[in-house]
Design a protein around this ligand. Structure first.
Ligand code: SF4
Length: 200
């Protein structure tokens, strides 16, 4: 088929085939040798250096960079947490994209919601079954103190009555940015841990 503009022919199938064929021939002619690895300089640079750190520094780096939250979101703060998991705030940047359905595979409890006394034994059981070492972020006014439901007979006035809390994130609900900041605070706390067993 020929492409035309008025009476003027622009391309014919044959001409297109020739142009495409020539481009392939040119590429073949210029691609006779393998392209060297652009990162080969890394081997040379690394062999000239010694990296020093402490065992604590290495372990803490691994732990704070791969926190796995357990699924335990009893009330409306959960939606802010879900937002943090989405593409806009992208919790994966912190190595936290995996939400664990089993507490045995999790090391972070984010208390995203009001806790009632009826649910409290189950939340404590989830915490007890989580892998050591483990951490807790109290998210939202309800997680910190019971929030607007504090005076209710049925509401736990803060998760810290049930489990030890490491970081408190205020708000009703806290914005996703606030939760991210709380997570960064927790990471800073983990970075200061020591695994050395001290004499009692
Ligand atoms: S702090 Fe506010 S948003 Fe969060 S669970 Fe309580 S009432 Fe709901």
């Amino acid at each position: 088929m020929e492409v035309s503009r008025g009476s003027e022919y622009i391309y014919s199938d044959t001409k297109l085939d020739l142009i495409e064929g020539q481009a392939i021939e040119d590429l073949k002619a210029s691609a006779t040798e393998p392209i060297p690895d652009p990162d080969s300089w890394l081997d040379e640079e690394l062999s000239k250096n010694i990296l020093l750190t402490t065992l604590d520094g290495l372990i803490n780096w691994g732990r704070r960079s791969s926190l796995w939250p357990v699924i335990c979101f009893p009330a409306c703060c959960a939606f802010e947490f879900i937002s943090v998991m989405g593409p806009r705030f992208d919790l994966s940047r912190f190595g936290m994209e995996i939400l664990r359905a089993s507490p045995r595979q999790a090391d972070l409890l984010i208390t995203a919601g009001t806790l009632t006394w009826k649910m409290a034994p189950n939340v404590r059981r989830i915490y007890n079954q989580m892998a050591e070492p483990k951490w807790v972020i109290a998210m939202g006014a309800c997680g910190i103190s019971g929030g607007i439901f504090r005076s209710s007979y049925s509401v736990v006035p803060g998760y810290n009555r049930i489990v030890p809390v490491d970081v408190y994130v205020p708000g009703c609900p806290p914005r996703p940015e606030a939760l991210l900041y709380g997570i960064q605070m927790l990471q800073a706390k983990i970075a200061k841990r020591t695994s050395i067993i001290k004499d009692s």
